[in-house]
Ligand binder design. Structure first.
Ligand code: NAD
Length: 253
């Protein structure tokens, strides 16, 4: 059912939240646009400007690594300044109230942690861009360290332990999905009774499969997104409005 207007959507969502025992929020880039981080597919979004660099290309080519890091550094002011949106804060309120055990996110911006979720309760399907790792041995590096080496040498740095390529700790196209996170997300989706899909175009697989997985396991499904998604027809409630406006009333005190 598509909510006829914002008010009725908020009222119905409030009833569904009150009735639910276990809520699983599932978030995409749309929850962070209010925080100043552009999404991928909207007009002006990142993909209208840059072709994504696939994982194989990153591993094989120093030029691709340099370009990838130049893009990452260009985003640094947005990531560094970003504060949790009203959407993040409303979900953190559900978490603190014991209604949501965790959040599953496609985002890489660390804003669920910043809003109050314990790191172990943020299931990051596509990793986290606020730090880096060596692809070879997994050693962690901080972004300012990478930036300093890049500025000194004019090249993306290699791992100080094993010489492998250092990459932001995100999952690129062509890179396999993190097994543990996929397993945890599947379990959470199958054991919730209310699944909230928020700010995702629901076109990136396998992440886009979770709403249907929850629905098939008996959960109610709510989709909050300012444009239609392919999953709208299987949802119990669809709210085509701004996320901050929709979830703001649930922030509490
Ligand atoms: P997406 O860009 O495909 O979809 C975002 C959706 O949110 C769009 O349908 C858009 O219309 C909607 N939206 C944007 N702002 C909104 C608002 N204020 N209110 C309501 N709806 C709004 O993003 P996705 O589905 O998350 O998938 C793309 C991939 O992009 C993900 O894998 C993620 O890793 C990555 N990504 C992450 C970030 C981030 O971490 N903040 C930013 C850009 C891309």
């Amino acid at each position: 059912m598509i909510a006829s207007d914002l008010r009725s959507g908020i009222d119905r969502l409030g009833d569904m939240i009150a009735e639910a025992r276990v809520i699983l929020p599932f978030t995409g880039a749309g929850i962070s646009t209010e925080s100043g981080i552009p999404d991928f597919r909207s007009p002006g979004g990142l993909w209208t400007r840059n072709r994504p660099i696939p994982f194989d290309e990153f591993v094989a080519s120093q030029d691709a690594r340099d370009e990838s890091w130049r893009r990452r550094f260009a985003m640094e002011p947005s990531f560094a300044a970003a504060k949790p949106s009203r959407g993040h804060r409303a979900l953190a309120a559900l978490y603190k109230a014991g209604k949501a055990p965790a959040v599953v996110t496609q985002n890489i911006d660390n804003l669920h942690q910043a809003s109050g979720f314990a790191p172990e309760h943020v299931v990051e399907l596509h990793g986290n861009t606020t730090y880096a790792r060596c692809i070879g041995c997994g050693t962690r590096f901080e972004i300012p360290w990478v930036k300093q080496r890049f500025d000194e040498a004019g090249l993306a740095p290699a791992c100080t332990d094993c010489g492998g390529p250092v990459k932001s700790a995100t999952i690129s196209f062509g890179q396999s999905m993190p097994e543990d996170e996929m397993r945890r997300a599947s379990e959470l989706a199958q054991h919730c009774d209310l699944f909230l899909a928020i700010g995702s175009s629901l076109v990136v697989w396998p992440a886009a499969g979770f709403p249907a997985m929850a629905r098939n396991s008996g959960a109610k499904l709510v989709i909050i997104n300012n444009e239609p998604t392919d999953m709208d027809e299987i949802a119990d409630l669809v709210i085509h409005h701004d996320i901050g406006e929709t979830l703001g009333p649930f922030i509490g005190n």
